[in-house]
Design a protein around this ligand. Structure first.
Ligand SMILES: [Ca+2]
Length: 345
Protein backbone atom coordinates (compact mmCIF):
# COMPACT_ATOMS: atom_id res chain seq x y z
CA UNK A 1 0.00 0.00 0.00
CA UNK A 2 3.01 2.24 -0.04
CA UNK A 3 2.31 3.15 -3.65
CA UNK A 4 -0.95 5.05 -3.07
CA UNK A 5 0.42 6.86 -0.06
CA UNK A 6 3.48 7.81 -2.06
CA UNK A 7 1.13 9.27 -4.69
CA UNK A 8 -0.67 11.37 -2.10
CA UNK A 9 2.61 12.56 -0.68
CA UNK A 10 3.82 13.32 -4.18
CA UNK A 11 0.69 15.30 -4.97
CA UNK A 12 1.10 17.35 -1.81
CA UNK A 13 4.69 18.03 -2.74
CA UNK A 14 3.47 19.15 -6.14
CA UNK A 15 1.01 21.57 -4.54
CA UNK A 16 3.74 23.00 -2.36
CA UNK A 17 5.91 23.50 -5.42
CA UNK A 18 3.08 25.30 -7.18
CA UNK A 19 2.37 27.73 -4.40
CA UNK A 20 6.04 28.62 -4.11
CA UNK A 21 6.57 28.87 -7.81
CA UNK A 22 9.37 26.38 -7.44
CA UNK A 23 10.22 23.76 -10.02
CA UNK A 24 13.15 22.11 -8.36
CA UNK A 25 11.01 19.23 -7.02
CA UNK A 26 9.80 18.12 -10.41
CA UNK A 27 12.52 15.59 -11.00
CA UNK A 28 11.24 13.55 -8.01
CA UNK A 29 7.63 13.29 -9.17
CA UNK A 30 5.91 10.69 -11.37
CA UNK A 31 5.02 12.03 -14.77
CA UNK A 32 1.24 11.57 -14.58
CA UNK A 33 0.82 13.88 -11.60
CA UNK A 34 3.86 16.05 -11.95
CA UNK A 35 2.21 19.41 -11.54
CA UNK A 36 5.50 21.30 -11.33
CA UNK A 37 6.81 19.78 -14.53
CA UNK A 38 3.68 20.71 -16.40
CA UNK A 39 3.94 24.25 -15.20
CA UNK A 40 7.59 24.39 -16.17
CA UNK A 41 6.78 23.21 -19.69
CA UNK A 42 4.60 26.27 -20.08
CA UNK A 43 7.46 28.61 -19.26
CA UNK A 44 5.37 30.11 -16.48
CA UNK A 45 5.34 28.31 -13.11
CA UNK A 46 2.06 29.90 -12.04
CA UNK A 47 0.04 30.13 -15.25
CA UNK A 48 0.93 27.13 -17.41
CA UNK A 49 0.23 27.27 -21.14
CA UNK A 50 0.80 23.50 -21.35
CA UNK A 51 -1.98 23.01 -18.83
CA UNK A 52 -3.41 19.83 -17.38
CA UNK A 53 -4.58 17.15 -19.75
CA UNK A 54 -2.20 16.54 -22.58
CA UNK A 55 -2.67 18.64 -25.69
CA UNK A 56 -5.54 20.66 -24.38
CA UNK A 57 -3.99 24.08 -24.34
CA UNK A 58 -0.97 24.02 -26.61
CA UNK A 59 -1.19 27.60 -27.83
CA UNK A 60 -3.95 29.21 -25.87
CA UNK A 61 -4.05 31.96 -23.28
CA UNK A 62 -2.39 31.22 -19.92
CA UNK A 63 -4.71 29.62 -17.43
CA UNK A 64 -6.06 31.74 -14.64
CA UNK A 65 -5.05 30.86 -11.14
CA UNK A 66 -8.54 29.64 -10.28
CA UNK A 67 -8.54 27.37 -13.30
CA UNK A 68 -5.17 25.94 -12.31
CA UNK A 69 -6.45 25.21 -8.82
CA UNK A 70 -9.67 23.72 -10.16
CA UNK A 71 -7.74 21.32 -12.33
CA UNK A 72 -5.43 20.40 -9.49
CA UNK A 73 -8.44 19.57 -7.35
CA UNK A 74 -9.90 17.49 -10.17
CA UNK A 75 -6.67 15.52 -10.42
CA UNK A 76 -6.61 15.13 -6.64
CA UNK A 77 -10.14 13.66 -6.66
CA UNK A 78 -9.21 11.28 -9.43
CA UNK A 79 -6.09 10.17 -7.60
CA UNK A 80 -8.00 9.61 -4.35
CA UNK A 81 -10.50 7.48 -6.26
CA UNK A 82 -7.70 5.43 -7.77
CA UNK A 83 -6.06 5.06 -4.37
CA UNK A 84 -9.31 3.70 -2.94
CA UNK A 85 -9.58 1.19 -5.76
CA UNK A 86 -5.99 0.09 -5.33
CA UNK A 87 -6.32 -0.27 -1.57
CA UNK A 88 -9.40 -2.47 -1.95
CA UNK A 89 -7.70 -4.58 -4.61
CA UNK A 90 -4.67 -4.95 -2.36
CA UNK A 91 -6.83 -6.01 0.57
CA UNK A 92 -8.67 -8.61 -1.52
CA UNK A 93 -5.38 -9.97 -2.80
CA UNK A 94 -3.93 -10.24 0.68
CA UNK A 95 -7.01 -11.97 2.04
CA UNK A 96 -6.99 -14.34 -0.93
CA UNK A 97 -3.40 -15.19 -0.14
CA UNK A 98 -4.39 -15.98 3.43
CA UNK A 99 -6.89 -18.54 2.15
CA UNK A 100 -4.30 -20.04 -0.15
CA UNK A 101 -1.95 -20.26 2.83
CA UNK A 102 -4.59 -22.33 4.63
CA UNK A 103 -5.09 -24.82 1.82
CA UNK A 104 -4.39 -28.47 2.67
CA UNK A 105 -0.78 -29.40 2.24
CA UNK A 106 -1.72 -32.60 0.40
CA UNK A 107 -3.02 -30.61 -2.54
CA UNK A 108 -6.72 -31.36 -2.08
CA UNK A 109 -9.02 -28.60 -3.25
CA UNK A 110 -12.55 -27.73 -2.25
CA UNK A 111 -14.74 -28.37 0.76
CA UNK A 112 -13.34 -25.28 2.38
CA UNK A 113 -15.68 -23.83 4.97
CA UNK A 114 -15.44 -20.18 5.86
CA UNK A 115 -13.93 -19.71 9.29
CA UNK A 116 -14.99 -16.08 9.50
CA UNK A 117 -16.39 -13.19 7.47
CA UNK A 118 -13.02 -12.56 5.86
CA UNK A 119 -13.26 -16.01 4.25
CA UNK A 120 -16.74 -15.19 2.96
CA UNK A 121 -15.34 -11.99 1.56
CA UNK A 122 -12.54 -13.78 -0.23
CA UNK A 123 -15.05 -16.26 -1.61
CA UNK A 124 -16.89 -13.39 -3.26
CA UNK A 125 -19.44 -12.15 -0.72
CA UNK A 126 -19.46 -8.38 -0.71
CA UNK A 127 -22.80 -7.49 0.92
CA UNK A 128 -23.10 -6.93 4.64
CA UNK A 129 -25.53 -9.26 6.36
CA UNK A 130 -25.98 -12.57 8.13
CA UNK A 131 -23.58 -15.40 7.24
CA UNK A 132 -22.70 -18.81 8.63
CA UNK A 133 -19.12 -19.41 9.71
CA UNK A 134 -17.23 -22.44 11.01
CA UNK A 135 -14.62 -21.12 13.41
CA UNK A 136 -13.63 -24.57 14.55
CA UNK A 137 -10.91 -27.07 14.01
CA UNK A 138 -13.37 -29.82 13.22
CA UNK A 139 -15.63 -29.88 10.18
CA UNK A 140 -18.39 -31.67 12.08
CA UNK A 141 -19.16 -28.61 14.16
CA UNK A 142 -22.37 -26.68 13.60
CA UNK A 143 -21.99 -23.27 11.99
CA UNK A 144 -22.27 -19.98 13.83
CA UNK A 145 -24.64 -17.31 12.62
CA UNK A 146 -22.92 -13.94 12.55
CA UNK A 147 -23.25 -10.49 11.03
CA UNK A 148 -20.54 -9.72 8.48
CA UNK A 149 -19.56 -6.13 7.78
CA UNK A 150 -18.41 -6.28 4.16
CA UNK A 151 -18.09 -2.54 3.64
CA UNK A 152 -16.18 -0.87 6.43
CA UNK A 153 -12.50 -0.34 5.61
CA UNK A 154 -12.54 -2.94 2.87
CA UNK A 155 -14.93 -5.41 4.53
CA UNK A 156 -14.38 -8.91 5.93
CA UNK A 157 -15.28 -8.00 9.53
CA UNK A 158 -16.94 -10.51 11.86
CA UNK A 159 -19.13 -8.53 14.24
CA UNK A 160 -19.17 -9.94 17.77
CA UNK A 161 -21.16 -7.21 19.53
CA UNK A 162 -23.85 -4.80 18.36
CA UNK A 163 -25.68 -2.14 20.36
CA UNK A 164 -28.27 -0.23 18.40
CA UNK A 165 -31.67 1.44 18.80
CA UNK A 166 -34.41 -1.13 19.23
CA UNK A 167 -38.09 -1.12 20.15
CA UNK A 168 -37.24 -3.64 22.82
CA UNK A 169 -33.58 -3.13 23.76
CA UNK A 170 -31.64 -6.30 24.46
CA UNK A 171 -30.51 -6.57 28.05
CA UNK A 172 -26.75 -6.98 28.40
CA UNK A 173 -26.78 -7.53 32.15
CA UNK A 174 -26.12 -11.23 31.75
CA UNK A 175 -24.45 -14.07 33.60
CA UNK A 176 -21.05 -15.62 33.01
CA UNK A 177 -22.57 -18.58 31.17
CA UNK A 178 -24.60 -16.31 28.91
CA UNK A 179 -21.54 -14.28 27.98
CA UNK A 180 -19.68 -17.54 27.42
CA UNK A 181 -22.25 -18.90 24.94
CA UNK A 182 -23.52 -15.64 23.49
CA UNK A 183 -27.00 -14.08 23.39
CA UNK A 184 -29.25 -11.97 21.20
CA UNK A 185 -29.62 -12.26 17.43
CA UNK A 186 -26.88 -11.47 14.94
CA UNK A 187 -29.28 -9.37 12.88
CA UNK A 188 -29.83 -7.00 15.82
CA UNK A 189 -28.27 -6.47 19.22
CA UNK A 190 -26.13 -9.38 20.32
CA UNK A 191 -22.97 -10.80 21.86
CA UNK A 192 -21.30 -13.62 19.93
CA UNK A 193 -19.94 -15.43 22.98
CA UNK A 194 -16.58 -15.56 24.73
CA UNK A 195 -16.04 -19.24 23.97
CA UNK A 196 -16.45 -18.54 20.24
CA UNK A 197 -14.16 -15.53 20.49
CA UNK A 198 -11.54 -17.77 22.09
CA UNK A 199 -11.89 -20.39 19.34
CA UNK A 200 -11.64 -17.81 16.59
CA UNK A 201 -8.78 -15.77 17.97
CA UNK A 202 -6.69 -18.79 18.91
CA UNK A 203 -6.68 -20.09 15.33
CA UNK A 204 -5.85 -16.84 13.57
CA UNK A 205 -4.39 -13.50 14.47
CA UNK A 206 -7.09 -10.84 14.61
CA UNK A 207 -7.40 -7.07 14.75
CA UNK A 208 -10.20 -5.34 16.66
CA UNK A 209 -12.30 -2.41 15.53
CA UNK A 210 -14.99 -0.44 17.36
CA UNK A 211 -17.42 1.63 15.26
CA UNK A 212 -19.51 4.27 16.99
CA UNK A 213 -22.37 6.36 15.59
CA UNK A 214 -22.87 9.27 17.95
CA UNK A 215 -25.92 11.24 18.98
CA UNK A 216 -24.25 14.32 17.49
CA UNK A 217 -24.26 12.63 14.08
CA UNK A 218 -20.51 11.99 14.07
CA UNK A 219 -19.16 8.58 13.14
CA UNK A 220 -15.93 7.48 14.83
CA UNK A 221 -13.88 4.34 15.04
CA UNK A 222 -11.16 2.93 17.22
CA UNK A 223 -8.77 0.20 16.11
CA UNK A 224 -6.30 -2.19 17.69
CA UNK A 225 -4.00 -4.42 15.66
CA UNK A 226 -4.11 -7.45 17.94
CA UNK A 227 -7.04 -9.03 19.79
CA UNK A 228 -7.10 -12.44 21.44
CA UNK A 229 -9.36 -14.03 24.04
CA UNK A 230 -7.91 -16.77 26.25
CA UNK A 231 -9.62 -19.92 27.52
CA UNK A 232 -12.44 -20.06 30.04
CA UNK A 233 -10.02 -21.65 32.51
CA UNK A 234 -7.97 -18.46 32.11
CA UNK A 235 -11.20 -16.50 32.71
CA UNK A 236 -11.31 -15.37 29.07
CA UNK A 237 -8.38 -13.08 29.66
CA UNK A 238 -7.97 -10.47 26.92
CA UNK A 239 -4.82 -9.59 24.99
CA UNK A 240 -5.12 -6.28 23.17
CA UNK A 241 -2.42 -4.35 21.39
CA UNK A 242 -1.82 -0.65 21.67
CA UNK A 243 -4.39 1.71 20.24
CA UNK A 244 -3.94 2.25 16.50
CA UNK A 245 -2.95 5.68 15.19
CA UNK A 246 -5.44 5.17 12.36
CA UNK A 247 -8.34 5.55 14.80
CA UNK A 248 -10.57 8.58 14.42
CA UNK A 249 -11.79 8.56 18.01
CA UNK A 250 -10.48 11.39 20.11
CA UNK A 251 -8.69 9.00 22.48
CA UNK A 252 -8.40 5.34 23.38
CA UNK A 253 -11.84 4.20 24.56
CA UNK A 254 -10.45 0.94 26.02
CA UNK A 255 -7.13 1.82 27.66
CA UNK A 256 -7.41 -0.60 30.60
CA UNK A 257 -8.49 -3.94 29.17
CA UNK A 258 -5.24 -5.57 28.03
CA UNK A 259 -4.46 -8.59 30.19
CA UNK A 260 -7.74 -8.32 32.12
CA UNK A 261 -10.13 -11.13 32.95
CA UNK A 262 -13.77 -11.08 31.96
CA UNK A 263 -16.16 -10.02 34.72
CA UNK A 264 -19.92 -10.52 35.00
CA UNK A 265 -22.27 -9.89 37.90
CA UNK A 266 -21.80 -13.49 39.03
CA UNK A 267 -18.02 -13.76 38.37
CA UNK A 268 -15.97 -10.95 39.86
CA UNK A 269 -12.50 -10.99 38.36
CA UNK A 270 -11.83 -7.24 38.28
CA UNK A 271 -9.39 -5.42 40.57
CA UNK A 272 -11.86 -3.36 42.56
CA UNK A 273 -13.28 -4.26 45.94
CA UNK A 274 -16.69 -4.21 44.27
CA UNK A 275 -17.76 -5.56 40.90
CA UNK A 276 -17.71 -3.33 37.82
CA UNK A 277 -20.34 -5.47 36.11
CA UNK A 278 -22.70 -4.86 39.02
CA UNK A 279 -22.10 -1.11 39.19
CA UNK A 280 -22.06 -0.50 35.43
CA UNK A 281 -24.16 -3.37 34.10
CA UNK A 282 -23.19 -5.83 31.36
CA UNK A 283 -19.98 -7.84 31.31
CA UNK A 284 -16.51 -6.92 30.10
CA UNK A 285 -12.76 -7.13 30.61
CA UNK A 286 -12.76 -4.92 33.68
CA UNK A 287 -9.89 -3.61 35.80
CA UNK A 288 -10.90 -0.62 37.91
CA UNK A 289 -14.23 0.22 36.23
CA UNK A 290 -12.27 3.07 34.67
CA UNK A 291 -12.58 2.63 30.91
CA UNK A 292 -13.98 5.71 29.17
CA UNK A 293 -16.67 3.56 27.58
CA UNK A 294 -18.16 0.25 28.71
CA UNK A 295 -19.68 -1.27 25.54
CA UNK A 296 -22.06 -3.71 27.23
CA UNK A 297 -23.24 -1.37 29.99
CA UNK A 298 -26.68 0.11 30.17
CA UNK A 299 -26.82 3.17 27.95
CA UNK A 300 -27.16 5.58 30.82
CA UNK A 301 -24.11 4.10 32.53
CA UNK A 302 -21.63 3.35 29.82
CA UNK A 303 -22.21 4.52 26.27
CA UNK A 304 -21.63 8.23 26.82
CA UNK A 305 -18.00 9.24 26.65
CA UNK A 306 -15.59 11.96 25.68
CA UNK A 307 -13.29 9.38 24.09
CA UNK A 308 -15.26 9.52 20.84
CA UNK A 309 -15.04 13.24 20.12
CA UNK A 310 -14.29 16.55 21.78
CA UNK A 311 -17.57 16.68 23.61
CA UNK A 312 -19.19 14.23 25.96
CA UNK A 313 -21.08 12.27 23.35
CA UNK A 314 -23.38 9.24 23.51
CA UNK A 315 -23.04 6.29 21.17
CA UNK A 316 -26.43 5.37 19.71
CA UNK A 317 -24.87 2.57 17.66
CA UNK A 318 -21.81 0.62 18.74
CA UNK A 319 -20.18 -2.40 17.14
CA UNK A 320 -17.15 -4.50 18.03
CA UNK A 321 -15.72 -6.53 15.16
CA UNK A 322 -12.64 -8.55 14.27
CA UNK A 323 -10.77 -9.37 11.08
CA UNK A 324 -7.64 -11.40 10.41
CA UNK A 325 -4.54 -9.28 10.46
CA UNK A 326 -3.75 -8.94 6.81
CA UNK A 327 -0.05 -8.56 6.66
CA UNK A 328 1.05 -11.87 5.21
CA UNK A 329 2.55 -14.38 7.57
CA UNK A 330 0.75 -13.13 10.65
CA UNK A 331 -2.32 -15.11 9.57
CA UNK A 332 -1.78 -18.49 11.11
CA UNK A 333 -2.00 -21.54 8.92
CA UNK A 334 -4.97 -23.78 9.72
CA UNK A 335 -6.05 -26.72 7.61
CA UNK A 336 -9.80 -27.08 7.94
CA UNK A 337 -9.88 -29.47 5.01
CA UNK A 338 -7.44 -31.80 6.62
CA UNK A 339 -9.75 -32.62 9.53
CA UNK A 340 -11.47 -35.98 9.61
CA UNK A 341 -15.08 -35.90 10.83
CA UNK A 342 -14.71 -39.40 12.23
CA UNK A 343 -12.29 -38.02 14.75
CA UNK A 344 -14.63 -35.40 16.12
CA UNK A 345 -14.90 -35.51 19.91
CA1 LIG B 1 -13.81 -7.04 42.32
Amino acid sequence: MNGPYLWVRTLILGLVALSAGANRMSSHLPSEINVSRRLRQSGDPILPAGGFGEGERDSEEPLGEKEVLRRILEEKEELLSRIGTLERANRELTLANSVIDRAPSDGRIGNTRPADCADHFVMGANRSGIYEIYPFTCLCSEPLRVYCDMETDGGGWTVFMTRQPADVPLGFNRSWSEYRSGFGDASGEFWLGNAHLHTMTSSREYALRMDAHLASGDVKFSAWNFFRVSTEVDRFRLSLSAYSDESTSRSNCLPNVNGRFFTTYDRDYDETTGNCAVTQGGGFWHYLCSNPVHPTASRSEGLTSACFSNQQDAAVFLQLKIRPVICGTSVKTIFLNANDCNKCP
